[in-house]
Design a protein around this ligand. Sequence first.
Ligand code: UDX
Length: 439
Amino acid sequence: MNIGIVGSGYVGLVTGACFAELGHEVLCMDDDPEKIAILKAGKIPIYEPGLEELIRSNVEEGNLNFTSSMKEVVEKSKILFVCVGTPSKPNGEADLSAVETVGKRIGDYLNDSKLIVEKSTVPARTASWLGEIIRTQNKRQIGFDIAVNPEFLSEGTAIHDFMRPDRVVLGVSNQQAASLLVSLYEPLNAPILITDVESAELIKHASNAFLAMKISFINAVSQVCEKTGADILKVAKGIGLDSRIGTAFLNAGVGYGGACFPKDLAAFVHLAEVNGYNFGLLKEVAEVNQNQRQIPVKKLREIYGDLNHKTIGIMGLSFKPNTDDLREAPSLEIISSLIQQQVEIKAYDPAAAENMKKLFPHVYYARDPYDCAADCDAVLLLTEWQIFRHMNLSKIRKSMNRPVFIDGRNLFDPVRMFRLGFQYFGIGRSSRSLAELST
Ligand code: UDX
């Protein structure tokens, strides 16, 4: 099948490369000529484990190509996946301007019947709006179908998530579109849910909102743990063993970031509100998340009072491990807040440091965790990269001015840290169990 991808970002590139791997002829388009040049040179403009090799092998096979021409991708494809970004407007509404532009351009170049598939995360009823744009723009009145196929890719595991999905959701308005899309996804041997277009759009928003809610729930419980002497890891395990709850996404910490949860939650709240429903539950999810990322600085203020001229080591900058993505990462707000309090910052991240330098050029970027921790008055761990799990903690402690360790992702065992001589603070970890165990 000739497949076109419009928008070669995280979603577009992974989708295109995986469809090529499944044997389709794929043309990935982007209107950023620099991005296309990088791709044509055999490199990728994003950090996604396995993607560079997958793209390279399929380019060599001749299954995968890149273009900056919208005309070419529309004319050559039988199925067009729209994978452009839908960032948040200041009021939380999804900015659909890129989708609108793509719709008009598809209308301009539509040369025969196509299936246009909306993969970008958009509010319900966007697909019908997109169809109207294409119909209005297409002077030759050529017939086409619109479908919705939301992505459920997580950064760092995106290829796995595409090739082994929990489910494929297809929002269609006729059997022909359903059959065409089922033929694409059948080889994945995953449950395929066929719905109407609006339900498919809402499934995406509701899915991300629920996951964000689960994280904020356990984060809120972590704060109750701190006040009652309970331990959040034990509480999370205890509730997660209930098969109706499940253990995933119950890791308390400094909160969620990324390009999706914050944006999709805001868009869902806005969609509800413009349709007459006040989604207070999701507003509280966002509020809890915002409070979580304030915790490390609050703990530092409790310990030191004035932070003026203190040196703080930040371990982990990206919003999650195995990505260089800083979008909505807790580290951004935390570093901003510390800089405003005249704190000297040393930062280390295995992948995201280069991106952070563009935002905070005056921060010292360490070559490794030990260089980061040396001479610090405290260490804040904000991303649970594997490299931190295995670092020599005794060496870290001995190199610090004062052994204060604020573990924003509960990576370490409090008792072990206590015995190593750290003044350790987790998120929702019980200090009482520490005292008992330290006797
Ligand atoms: C998410 C959804 O998982 C994915 O299905 C959707 O398609 C896009 O958005 P992503 O944002 O890439 O994927 O990362 P994810 O692994 O979901 O983590 C999002 C944030 O939640 C990260 O900042 C992570 O640190 C945080 N998180 C995750 C927690 O704080 N606790 C958890 O238990 C899990």
